[in-house]
Design a protein around this ligand. Structure first.
Ligand code: F6P
Length: 558
């Protein structure tokens, strides 16, 4: 299909630091906010929680525990207006070329849109989205009803997703999050890493006769994915013969030639488009392995959830727009309060992989130091993202959040209803989550510590000596995102919330959130090094450290 040349993106705002609102925010921080604590802000505003809480769809965002007040919010919104955020949102939904360095739009929103939403409706290839979705649904249903089976006639029970980065993290995170939605008799297994151990372990456990391998790769050239795919291919050929390949391998990619060359059965190929970024691709055919495990209705519910957030993002004025507010708060914490990193703390173990998913989404998107126009940025951009499911996290790194020396804003993500265990246990998770955000905010003073130690029977001298070790400075900012329950629909909303938040942040910084040139250099060097690892004749030209390590590796290889 002829590629429609989209309008170039002309929305690069001025350097944010040169915008009047940025300068006002800097002054406002120095004069009004720096001298205050979160406790002060709560004391001054009895309705603070209500004033700084926003709901849309199934999500509620309480951002009251941030070091900001009404004046801050007003200035942040002014920054968004000066940076022309609304025009940027329109540009994304219209299909403008906002991924300027790769000369393409970023249209993951089209993957979950209805035709009536008119997302980039002028593009001819948009209608293809529904064709592929339909193809995907028919394929998944045929696997489930047994009309498509393996080479020996056995039904499939195990889905192996071979892919990495955006071709793995979304599927794997969601598969884990939606474990209660897995179809009876179906199991999901991720294979992503280059070292091959994931597949080696699975080969001991799985029966090739009932295993369907889904190769997900936008480019179909990624070293990790192709290495694992070739290993899986050899495994199936050895177990079932070459003819089995056409029934045991299915692929999602934009590279039709490479799918051909690999020998993927033409009916088992699912295409997508270059305007779907890798880390935004789970909504496309890349979600096939997920749909195979959770079923097409649940996959559609995930898309519907994301669409709900898309509609909110597209239609809601900036002041009530959840992704916009989250982006502005993140910019405030990063660029004005000086936070270097942000913790993602979901209180449902099923969201265990959510921090890893957000690491790619946020750090690959906004870890940039050059603006769209090629000039260096003048402020810090993407923060370091990390995290773990609570309450595991409490017993690991919360000590540093409570008593360390760094400002670390956190996002607490809290499903209210249990996603599978007893509600009594989820209620304990809720209590822990709220207790932690409260402790991070309020801290624990030396006076309180002395009083408590004295009440516990300690002498005045002993209490005075121990008290400093018990002090929690507090004042750590946090958001709390509530959802009624972890379902395909609510998870779709949550993921889209962060996708749009990342886009708004990147837009205000003037960077392109949709490319990832930084990943290329390491890939290139690895290709150059792979011969040297097994052949000492190729050490020439390597630096002394790499050379010495190669020599030591050779001696350890045994
Ligand atoms: O990590 C870099 C990256 O290009 C990601 O953006 C992408 O999700 C991943 O590699 C995998 O690429 P592909 O889907 O082409 O195999």
């Amino acid at each position: 299909m002829a590629k429609k040349k989209a309008k170039p993106h002309t929305l690069t705002p001025r350097h944010p630091v040169d915008l009047p609102a940025w300068q006002s925010l800097a002054a406002h921080h120095r004069q009004d906010i720096r001298p205050k604590t979160l406790a002060d802000l709560f004391a001054r505003d009895r309705k603070r929680a209500a004033n700084y809480t926003l709901s849309t769809g199934d999500l509620t965002l309480d951002y009251s525990k941030n070091l900001l007040n009404a004046a801050t919010r007003k200035l942040l919104l002014k920054l968004a207006r000066e940076a022309k955020v609304s025009a940027a949102i329109d540009a994304m939904f219209s299909g403008d070329v906002i991924n300027t360095t790769e000369n393409r739009p970023a249209l993951h929103v089209a993957l979950r849109a209805k035709m009536s939403d008119r997302v980039a409706h002028e593009r001819r290839d948009i209608a293809d989205v529904w064709r592929v979705l339909n193809q995907l649904e028919q394929f998944v249903n045929a696997i489930h009803d047994g009309s498509l089976r393996g080479h020996t006639g056995a039904r499939f029970t195990d889905i192996v997703n071979i892919g990495i980065g955006g071709s793995d993290l979304g599927n794997s995170m969601i598969a884990k999050a939606l474990r209660p939605y897995w179809r009876a008799g179906m199991r999901y297994h991720p294979v992503s890493n280059i070292d091959g151990t994931q597949l080696a372990d699975l080969q001991k456990e799985l029966d090739p006769k009932t295993t369907l391998i889904v190769i997900c790769s936008k480019t179909f050239t990624t070293l990790e994915t192709m290495t694992n795919a070739n290993a899986a291919r050899a495994w199936i050929i050895e177990a079932l013969g070459r003819d089995a390949l056409k029934k045991h391998f299915v692929a999602a990619s934009t590279n039709h030639q490479a799918m051909d060359a690999f020998g993927i059965n033409p009916d088992y190929r699912f295409g997508f488009w270059d305007w779907v970024g890798g880390r935004y691709s789970l909504w496309s055919a890349v979600g096939l392995s997920l749909a195979l495990v959770i079923g097409t209705e649940n996959f559609q519910a995930l898309l519907n959830g994301a669409r709900r957030m898309d509609l909110h993002f597209r239609q809601t004025p900036l002041a009530g727009n959840m992704p916009v507010l989250m982006a502005l708060i993140a910019i405030w914490n990063n660029n004005f309060l000086g936070a270097e990193s942000q913790a993602i703390l979901p209180y449902d173990n099923r969201l265990e992989r959510f921090p890893a998913f957000l690491q790619q989404l946020q750090m690959e998107s906004n870890g940039k130091s050059v603006r769209r126009d090629g000039r260096p940025v003048k402020c810090k951009t993407g923060m370091v993202i990390w995290g773990e499911a609570g309450s595991n996290a409490q017993h690991s790194f919360y000590q540093l959040l409570h008593q360390g020396t760094r400002l670390i804003p956190a996002d607490f993500i809290l499903p209210v209803q249990s996603s599978g265990a007893t509600q009594a246990q989820q209620d304990l998770a809720i209590a822990n989550c709220l207790a932690q955000s409260e402790a991070l905010m309020d801290g624990y003073s030396k006076e309180q510590a002395i009083a408590d130690l004295r009440a516990a029977g300690m002498s005045a001298a002993e209490a005075k000596e121990l008290a400093p070790h018990k002090v929690h400075a507090g004042n750590q900012p946090s958001n709390t995102i509530l959802l009624p329950r972890l379902t395909p629909e609510t998870l779709g909303q949550l993921i889209a919330l962060y996708e749009h938040k990342v886009f708004v942040e990147g837009h205000i910084w003037g960077i392109n959130s949709f490319d990832q040139w930084g990943v290329e250099l390491g890939k290139k060097l690895a290709t150059g090094l792979s011969d040297a690892v097994t052949d000492s004749a190729r050490y020439e030209g390597k630096n002394s450290s790499t050379r010495a390590l190669l020599e030591r590796i050779e001696s350890l290889r045994g």
